[in-house]
Design a protein around this ligand. Structure first.
Ligand SMILES: [Zn+2]
Length: 296
């Protein structure tokens, strides 16, 4: 079973932009990720890079060689450009090296991605050096600028880049919590032996594709927790819900659990392939029901 993937904290148009990049496998040559959380911004940069080169329909899958290399910071074509001195940002010499390197074709991927950390701390000389390559970038080369303050970037740099705004940690946590609750309700409904309770969940499922993705991931995590509870690995369970998972785990056979997990995984693929969301949700809930009751 693949591990739960990082979900970029995004809302509204920024979310649509990221989804479109991944589904079309295209990144702009210049991209600014605006966030007060540097780690989330960096993970989002890797998510995007993996999203466009991953071979799976449901991408980034997090499991293929490209995904693992990119997310594990092991790809030679996804290059972190870090300031030597955190206060001053990447200096002009480093940007000149990046510029020269950008004209060397990628080694293992179809694209080359430079993740420029603390981009807003670069001085004007460094930004102008970057601007030269942003104005005429080699086609397969992408610059992702991580920034907490776009006002500190030169207008000329900003105008060459798309900007994606990451949501704050608080709203991300709220959406994760909502999806975890919905997933738990779905799983509880599954143990109740009433088909209408499971299929009736459809009215509560998110009608936004990215939120729905978060729900499916929460569901998969729930099934993994049940699996851990069945195996007696209580240390792997969330403290608050350990008792619930232990209780629920007795009502699922191993085979049913695997089938249910596979249903959720197919729903993820369907959602990422832009299948009609209501159709996909109805198929998921019916499939979950069948995987627990019909085939046992
Ligand atoms: Zn992949």
């Amino acid at each position: 079973m693949p591990s739960t993937l990082f979900v970029p904290p995004l809302e509204g148009r920024s979310k649509d932009t990221v989804r479109d990049c991944v589904s079309s496998r295209r990144l702009p040559n210049g991209l600014i990720l605006l966030s007060g959380d540097p780690l989330a911004a960096e993970k989002t940069a890797r998510y995007l890079a993996a999203g466009v080169v991953c071979g799976e329909d449901s991408r980034p899958c997090g499991a293929c060689e490209n995904c693992r290399k990119i997310m594990g910071k092991l790809s030679q074509d996804v290059i972190d450009v870090l300031p030597e001195d955190g206060r001053q940002g990447v200096n002009v010499d480093a940007i000149r090296e990046v510029r020269a390197d950008a004209y060397i074709t990628p080694g293992e991927l179809d694209i080359k991605v430079y993740i420029i950390h603390d981009a807003d701390k670069m001085n004007a000389a460094a930004q102008n050096a970057l601007l030269k390559v942003l104005e005429e970038p080699p086609s397969a080369v992408h610059f992702i600028l991580l920034s907490s303050n776009t006002a500190a970037l030169l207008p000329t740099v900003r105008s060459r880049c798309w900007t994606i705004i990451l949501s704050s940690k608080e709203s991300q946590t709220a959406s994760e919590k909502k999806n975890a609750d919905l997933a738990m309700r779905t799983i509880t409904a599954l143990t109740g032996n009433r088909r209408s309770d499971v299929e009736g969940m459809i009215s509560d499922l998110p009608d936004d594709r990215s939120e729905y993705r978060g729900y499916i991931l929460a569901l998969m995590k729930g099934f993994r927790n049940i699996s851990a509870a069945k195996a007696g690995r209580t240390e792997a369970l969330p403290d608050d819900d350990a008792g619930t998972f232990l209780r629920i785990s007795r009502q699922f056979s191993d085979a049913a659990l695997i089938r249910a997990y596979e249903q959720a995984h197919s729903a993820l693929t369907a959602n990422d392939a832009n299948i009609n969301i209501l159709t996909s949700q109805a198929a998921l809930l019916a499939g979950l029901w069948n995987s627990i009751y019909k085939l046992q």
